[in-house]
Design a protein around this ligand. Structure first.
Ligand code: KG4
Ligand code: ZN
Length: 342
């Protein structure tokens, strides 16, 4: 086959991901997560994540090669997330990728984590519609991006000014006594709840926010509102209607996300909305996005949940785009950049 075969490495947060992709075909997606080790802290502990990457990296590479039935020597390029993310965690992936590239004599591509979240959609739906609007919502980021060329021209339209969407899910889950990470638990509870039980605030949607924060998000006020509501209930001695609060909170988040995403599509004149990141697994977000985008002729593309969360396949998928579009590889002194812009 003359389609590029790329091995991708992802270590920006708590997932050690090694993926192998040929063209738009996913051949292997080895993932090890240190999430269990962080659960008792209620969030990812950087030092713990770095050490876990160091242990999981080489076994992950071996597993991916076995899964894909390829030898390391067969790959055409090595791609690695070089930012943004946790500095120490990124270093493990970048150092490993450089060693592989040098040892194998193959080109190295340092890639942006957010661009990789966009590129992964090729593995689910084929060639990317460009330009398109991408909404990335996870525990670490919440952004609206105008993607003109996933390999070199992504325009950030807006992002969260405080908590990320997933972070809000995790914090509210904690308030409601649900396990970490809370997103999937809120999603499940909400199915049994009334999403109009409480009307929680919709951050940055007021008329005065339109000028400066039209495509930005804010979720910390929402989280505080849920906390106040729960405290008041506790003081009154009444039980907390967990499912109703979960559904009402989830509705507030999904309402704002989908409203702003559709507005951004219309504003940019694009007809394809791509949603990625862990929160894209949310069932209400998917339904509401389809509903609102569908009304105005915008197509929604959401990769399957396993591809939305952090993984190595997304990095490999972007690597394939870089190779096939003839972008020059990175130098072997490639740094890790924890706050890399798109
Ligand atoms: O992309 P991801 O795996 O890791 C990064 O943060 O980069 O996203 C994890 C986030 C967590 O905050 C988790 O609670 C959230 O995605 N999440 C969800 C759902 N599944 C995962 N949030 C809402 N609904 C879900 N079904
Ligand atoms: Zn991510």
């Amino acid at each position: 086959s003359d389609e590029p075969l790329v091995l991708g490495i992802e270590t920006s947060c708590d997932e050690t991901g090694v993926g192998i992709v040929r063209g738009s075909t996913l051949l292997a997606d080895a993932i090890a997560s240190s999430l269990d080790e962080h659960a008792r802290f209620g969030g990812v502990v950087p030092e713990v994540a770095s050490r876990a990457h160091l242990e999981a990296m080489v076994p992950g590479i071996e597993r991916a090669c076995k899964q894909a039935n390829v030898r390391l020597d067969d790959v055409d390029a090595i791609a690695v997330t070089s930012g943004p993310g946790l500095a120490g965690a990124l270093l493990v992936g970048v150092a490993s990728a450089k060693a592989l590239a040098l040892g194998l004599g193959k080109p190295l591509y340092g890639v942006n984590h957010l661009a990789a979240h966009v590129a992964v959609d090729t593995l689910e739906h084929g060639p990317l519609p460009e330009p398109c609007l991408a909404m990335l919502v996870s525990g670490g980021h919440s952004s609206l991006l105008l993607v003109e060329d996933v390999t070199q021209k992504i325009d950030p339209l807006g992002s969260t000014i405080d908590d990320a969407a997933g972070e809000a899910f995790d914090k509210v889950a904690r308030l409601l006594g649900l396990p970490f990470p809370g997103g999937p638990y809120i999603d499940r509870e909400a199915k049994q709840g009334d999403n109009a039980y409480v009307t929680f605030p919709r951050g940055l949607t007021g008329p005065r926010d339109f000028e400066r924060h039209r495509f930005d998000f804010s979720f910390s006020g929402l989280k505080t509102a849920v906390a106040r509501w729960v405290e008041a209930r506790e003081r009154s001695g009444e039980p907390i209607p967990v499912a109703d609060v979960a559904a009402s909170f989830q509705e507030a988040v999904c309402d704002v996300l989908t409203r702003k995403a559709v507005d951004a599509c219309k504003n940019a004149g694009v007809t394809d909305l791509l949603i990625g990141g862990g929160v894209a697994a949310n069932s209400r977000l998917r339904v509401l996005a389809e509903e609102r985008a569908g009304k105005v002729g915008i197509r929604v593309r959401v990769p399957r949940p396993g591809l939305c969360t952090d993984n190595g396949a997304m990095v490999a998928a972007l690597g394939v785009e870089l190779v096939s579009r003839g972008v020059s590889p990175s130098a072997l002194d490639l740094p890790a950049d924890s706050s890399m812009p798109v």
